[in-house]
Ligand binder design. Sequence first.
Ligand code: NAD
Ligand code: IPM
Ligand code: MN
Length: 362
Amino acid sequence: MTNKIAILPGDGIGTEIVAEAVKVLDFLNADMALGLEFEYGLIGGAAYDAHGTPFPEQTLALAKQADAILLGAVGGYKWESLDIAVRPEKGLLGLRSELQLFANLRPAILYPQLAAASTLKPEVVAGLDIMIIRELTGGIYFGQPRGVRLLENGEKQGYNTLVYSESEIRRIAHVAFQTAQKRQGRLCSVDKANVLECTELWRQVVTEIGKQYYPEVGLSHLYVDNAAMQLVRAPKQFDVLVTSNMFGDILSDISAMLTGSIGMLPSASLDAANKGMYEPIHGSAPDIAGKGIANPLATILSVAMMLRYTFNRSDAAGRIEQAVNAALNANIRTADIYSDGMQKVSTCAMGDAVISALQEGA
Ligand code: NAD
Ligand code: IPM
Ligand code: MN
């Protein structure tokens, strides 16, 4: 069996952070004889520059035949004025949709060493370990009709459509309940059922799935505005959160800050067979791209998720997580998680610190 990984660095800091994650993969591949093979492809702005499209046929083919995908990030100032149909983000959205990667797992864990890096009080975030499950291939991101039209009065009107079918809600609900079963057994579904019919259906279907298949999981519901507030007020009340595509996008960036930095949050986007794409939740950070200061840990931790979910190598995944912990224990910090008394290092030096920790027994 081959264990083929498609590597799509993308744009901006994408190339810098993926290089560090590949360094870690290379090390473990040799050290544990994982038998992983890598093949690189273009996505996003880099693909647009080379082929005139952010999502070339050959990238789709590469992603389809790979067992897993590692993605950096897409987007940047350079492509912001392009037609939305060929913007870098379309490449990422196309991959998610074509591969039906509907379940996006975004764990927000506070490493105790970073309590001082969070903008929240240490007692609010200490011990934080929540899992956000974001529906990734439906909702307003993909709903039709969409566009900008000309009204009779001569002004333009922009429109998008929020749609979810029962089957789309059911499949993400199953993933969420099963995730909660393996954790503390608590699931909070986030919607806007007081205003939007589509999310009223979401609430009904999630409730039915819970009653029918997972009566032992404690299910609660929150409106998204309250959920956003609760995440900042008392985030440890949550175990697993499940929500729609756009709400999940926003709530996961909020949660990232609970852990000290958006540079710490990995993600897995899975299909029904656990084939997955793995990427940090942050973007291409054009404001710091090329400076060698981005935090590569979210991407390195995404590789750990890949080894656990797609390749069933929890042993290797655990080693990466321990090595990250050890690098933080050694007071190594990129700028985004820096605090007084720590050693501020580059992207590359942070990758090296993780490798050193692996060499030293993590
Ligand atoms: P962003 O996540 O790229 O950056 C937000 C802020 O966080 C910036 O100040 C950035 O410097 C900082 N940041 C992000 N990652 C960091 C890291 N690893 N280390 C240190 N600091 C980090 O969001 P944005 O600025 O809104 O978007 C920039 C571009 O990225 C846009 O084109 C957007 O569409 C794209 N984007 C892509 C993805 C993705 O590929 N998955 C995700 C989000 C945004
Ligand atoms: C993310 C990003 C993407 C999203 C963009 C770049 C399309 O913000 O992965 O969170 O909105 O899903
Ligand atoms: Mn996002």
